[in-house]
Design a protein around this ligand. Structure first.
Ligand code: GDP
Length: 478
């Protein structure tokens, strides 16, 4: 394991040192912050739904909405006026700072929600993985329209894959928005049908019943998003919460603020001032101005010169925060997407070979030794090879965490077969994966969020996995 020597400490830091424990307590006495991702099949109505919700919650003023209405009508697409609320934010962001995922914030009575926009089109799945890896909770939007729900739900549809991905990437709580209820005349039996079909599948995918909830809505009509229900046909049978009320009911998420600091970078660029600017997420620990950190896999040292959250300069940030961070002392050729700023004493490990437990999804052909895949880990995508099929485990339901055997040695009772020749769909196995370039990873037992990855091949997500062991390490210089 590579541990770089500590740099000699320079003259006394000019930055004020904050008691981060106290500061975290202070922050938690106000509203809880949650990162929300919106997932679902293309055209399920994700943008329209969230745009309309933001409008209802007062995040978009009447004048701007009027502008969108007129402009969208002019080009004969008035149904897109609410979707533009999100697109506009995206554009604004693109002009200022490059972000691979647009971000918007809104508040409910007890929470501040950061909305991570995840595009639903098939081509965008890698983006969706990045977005979902950063999320605490998710809204799955499904289209209730006759035939349309079924299309999204069939294999090849995005409803299933998104839900599986979300669970495998660590999202535990899921709110299902049964959308476009206006197209089925607000029929309660259609709603029940969708809820029943999804419920069975989500349970299989590893979502606990108490962690999933459903709400009938129309994003276009703005019905049952926030405020009292106006639609009489819905009011007749639906007595539950609105979408905004359900979002407010998400359980608080425990963040690993006491663990060593890790900031995973999603973009790095040369800022206006000295040093480099990066966007990323603090996945564990806390970081403050003046902190001296290690940059991996470069194995270099850096000092944090600036932190901002939502374009606002701050003195510190905690696990769960999306930050823009300015740091000095590192050459831009030595950092990039997937680099990690971490604690100097306990830096992350850069692995070139790992032992992992994987759950395979719907494979077209069985997997054999030597199979090439794309390894998706946080913001990183790297080519990789399945070097060894170590053992096949008890058939899993696709759920990775529950019933995970404590010991995953070859003799574990969960092992069905050692050294299998091939792995078929929906099976579960222990494998060795060799990465073409080293990736900074963490073991699942040390950090539940950073110990997870996904494997894709030919445009499909074929497996979700947990990192059990690092078998070979490597730094940038070998
Ligand atoms: P996305 O791809 O999931 O983001 O979907 P969009 O928000 O772009 O919506 C796709 C299409 O469905 C657009 O033409 C919307 O106007 C339409 N749409 C969205 N929500 C509703 C709804 O609640 N009812 C009806 N009838 N159409 C909707």
């Amino acid at each position: 394991r590579f541990i770089p020597p500590l740099p000699k400490s320079s003259s006394k830091s000019k930055y004020e040192k904050f008691d981060l424990k106290q500061e975290y307590k202070k922050r938690n006495s106000s509203k809880e912050m949650l990162n929300l991702v919106v997932i679902g099949h293309v055209d399920a109505g994700k943008s329209t739904l969230m745009g309309h919700l933001l409008f209802k919650l007062g995040k978009v003023n009447q004048r701007t909405m009027h502008k969108y209405e007129q402009e969208s009508r002019k080009i004969g697409k008035s149904s897109f006026m609410y979707a533009w609320v999100l697109d506009e934010t995206e554009e604004e962001r693109a002009r200022g700072v490059t972000m691979d995922i647009a971000q918007t914030q809104f508040e409910t009575p007890s929470k501040v929600i950061t909305l991570l926009d995840a595009p639903g089109h098939k081509d965008f799945i890698p983006n969706m993985i990045t977005g979902t890896a950063q999320a605490d909770v998710a809204i799955l939007v499904v289209n209730a329209t006759t035939g349309e729900f079924e299309t999204g739900f069939e294999s090849g549809g995005q409803t299933r894959e998104h839900a599986l991905l979300a669970r495998s990437l660590g999202v535990q709580q899921l709110l299902v928005a049964v959308n476009k209820m206006d197209t089925v005349n607000w029929d309660p039996s259609r709603y029940d049908e969708v809820v029943k079909k999804l419920g069975q599948f989500l349970k299989q995918a590893g979502f606990k019943e108490g962690d999933t909830s459903y709400v009938p809505v129309s994003g276009l009509a703005g019905e049952n998003l926030a405020g009292p229900v106006k639609e009489a046909r819905l009011a007749e049978w639906y007595k539950g919460s609105t979408l905004a009320e359900q979002i407010d009911k998400f359980r608080p998420v425990v963040r690993p603020v006491d663990k060593p600091v890790r900031v995973i970078l999603s973009d790095v660029f040369k800022g206006l001032g000295a040093g480099l600017t990066a966007t990323g997420k603090v996945v564990s620990g806390a970081v403050q101005l003046g902190d001296r950190l290690s940059v991996m896999p470069a194995g270099e040292y850096t000092v944090v010169k600036g932190i901002s959250i939502n374009d606002e300069a701050v003195n510190f940030a905690f696990a769960g925060d999306h930050v823009q961070i300015v740091f000095t002392g590192v050459d831009i050729t030595n950092v990039g997407v997937g680099s990690v700023l971490c604690d100097c004493q306990t830096p992350v490990v850069c692995a070139s070979r790992i032992l992992a437990r994987v759950v395979l999804f719907n494979l077209e052909v069985p997997i054999t030794r030597g199979f090439t895949v794309i390894f998706h880990y946080q913001t990183v995508t790297e080519p990789a090879i399945l070097k060894k099929l170590v053992s096949q485990l008890n058939k899993s339901t696709g759920e990775v965490v529950k019933n995970r055997p404590k010991c995953l040695t070859k003799n574990s009772s969960a092992v069905v077969k050692n050294r299998p020749k091939c792995l078929t769909k929906n099976s579960s196995a222990v494998v060795e994966i060799e990465l073409e370039y080293p990736v900074c990873v963490e073991l699942y037992k040390d950090n539940k969020e950073l110990g997870r990855f996904m494997l894709r091949s030919s445009g499909h997500t074929i497996a979700a996995g947990l990192i059990e062991e690092v078998l070979k390490t490597k730094t940038k210089d070998g």
